[in-house]
Design a protein around this ligand. Sequence first.
Ligand code: ADP
Ligand code: ZN
Ligand code: ZN
Length: 814
Amino acid sequence: MPLNYCEVALPVPLRSLFTYAIPERLAGSISAGSRVLVPFRNRAMIGVVVEVSTRKPDPERVKYIRNVVESLDPIPSLPPKLLELGRWVSKYYVAPPGEVFRAMLPPQVDLRHEREFLLTDAGRARRAQIDAAGNRSEEEITDLALLSLLEIEGNPIRADRLRKLPGGEAAAERLVRRRQLESREVAIHRHARVQKIVAWNENAASELLAEKEARIFHVLAEERGPLPLPVVAKLSKVSRALIERLIRQGKLKSWEEPIVAEEDLFEVDYTPPSNVLNIDQERELNEIRAWLDAGVFKAGLLYGVTGSGKTEVYLGAVEAALARNRTALLLVPEIALTLWIGRLCRARLGAGVAVLHSALAEVERAREWWRVRRGEARVVVGTRSAVFAPVENLGLVVVDEEQEASYKQEETPRYHGRDVAIVRAKLEGAVALLGSATPSLESFQNARSGKYQLLQLESRVENRPLAPVEIVDLREDFRSTHKVGPLSTKLSEAIAERLAQGTQSLILINRRGYSWFVICRSCGAGVQCENCSISLTYHKQRGRLECHYCGFSRRVPKTCPKCASEHVYFFGAGAEQLEEKLREKFPGARVARLDRDSVRTKRAYQQVLGDFASGKIDILVGTQMVAKGHDFQRVTLVGVVSADSQLSLPDFRAAERTFQLLTQVAGRAGRGALPGEVLVETFYPEHYAIQLAARQDYLAFFEKEQQFRRLLHYPPFTALASVLVRDTKIENAIRWSRLLSTFLAPQESRGVKVLGPAAAPLARLKREYRFQFLLKAPKRAQLTRLVSELLSFSEAEEIPAKAVLVDVDPLSLF
Ligand code: ADP
Ligand code: ZN
Ligand code: ZN
């Protein structure tokens, strides 16, 4: 049988694949998509087989080719379509294939690998030799200890045990070089963790129990039934030792079960709304059903105003895909939304629904992933990375709130979940359905040009009106009150009104922390992060200044770090301050805050959102987290504080983002039977993004914005890439940018616009100095080729791979 070779993608920052030979014993168990353990340089790595072939590499190379150590999957982890998708992602986003595949695979909780060492005959002889000699050197003493250990053990020894011997690791390497030891990589499969379950033994007498026993009896036999041992101990307030004793005495029985996630209290007692689709929803859904029947790729954009009932259309489409024996992915922009939509889906569609997002514990994520891979779950609800969920026979991908920035991954591989969803649907002959009340310029332009088909829901369900939006001019407010604060007179009055009525207010503020600007009045210096060119944010509760970009934090200085004056002031209200002001102003009101500082866990999230939905909170303050998707029925006032803060950023999407945020948050008002009102505080009342958001006129905004994009050659009318050159030494960053410039400048003649190098808007981040190029190409293929050539050039010039960061279709230039 000819020896087979395979091309393996490894999680290293290199754009090439690596060739390995498949030893005969593994011949049947490796195919494209399998995870394999391979030696790489002097360690072992887990990679993905991209291709298997019998073609023999040229003889010069063959002698360097090493063997695959082990195949890790009984069935390939990645089905063929996903392998193809991964290769597309790698090419389009010029990302190393191994890093792309790593992002697609489940966390490796069931698997780790380790090196182990065996004694060779030469080693045995050497041991005897040192043993017999007197007068040993230090090195020989260590060698002897190690060789003897292996001899006595009789079995291979793993590297982790050697680490405990003084000098053991170095000795092992030395002995391997002398061929007195042999080393090899082994994969270690972890066993599923189990727990001890305890139950009352029904044959045991239940009269005349001692007090503690009676408590256990009550919990196990009357109240709850079998439970994990620690839970029994806690609920019946007895020691584990007592429970163990009762097990030995036969009063309790026990057995082992694999650990499963605890019951999710969020899901108990939930009944989904049973809506009868209205005519509009039915019409659009029928269209999607027809696409599914056709069984070929089709992309649709569901443009429906906030509260028009898009979720029902998604669910109907998912049901339609399932009915045609196909599977479905439903992507949402926020972890919090996976909980809501996941619950809704499970209630409607049953147990075949998996939820995937990055906040799940690794074990839980791996379990959900394999449930999908084995075909036990046929619907996946998840955030960005769920676009890679290993469903087969995909019929439908829904991308809810397709304009959201969270679909873009801001680390390698820098893919856009929505765009990958479209490509995946294309590869699988599926329907891609993007939905939004404020589609991205890209998607709406695609609908215009006929690339996507436009579906529309023009009015809210039951013809509820959109809430009227009023703009509050903060400059005017200041002129009349002479106070600067996050709460204008108008907004305060409106909140007071809601409190009197007993309805709810939702207040959006775009910044976390107490104050987002710290400055010395004496010398004018801002207190900046030590690692970044950005002002620190004051967090009052924690009593610290923090950097929101790198996590740096320091105590609040009493005096200016520059000039030692005592006039250090805090400006710019953040969410923490707004919450405090609201509590002061409305003492009886129930106020809560939802941002990354106040809710750090999934449970806390659910708690706050659940409390608000069920009316236990009067005023909810939050960052963008509260703006998206949620369906609160009793909100009659939405206030927006400093929503225009993005407008001053040097980013061509600033207006689009502001418009989207305002429209989204305004859409949270008046969703139930009660009418709503929206107040938007701003310093830029004339800006078109604010004006048109107040009128909730998406089409007018699109017209205006697309003219500007066309004129200035920005997406969707140009393919854009950003290239960042970065290093902790500014000289390096400058030198390398100049070098890249010599390659890029001549491209101008080929029709590609090259801007830069210029200091990036965030000129220093995490200790690195940053210079930026923007590349604009009229044709996509041109851009893809150019960035790929640029990286090859950079490699040839020996610029370190991590110094050059390419972002294709960047969402944020900041
Ligand atoms: P969108 O995502 O378009 O903003 P949702 O899908 O959240 O809107 O729906 C808004 C509200 O309308 C939800 O409370 C939903 O249960 C309700 N709803 C949806 N369809 C109908 C319908 N046909 N009849 C009555 N209520 C509906
Ligand atoms: Zn100062
Ligand atoms: Zn920082």
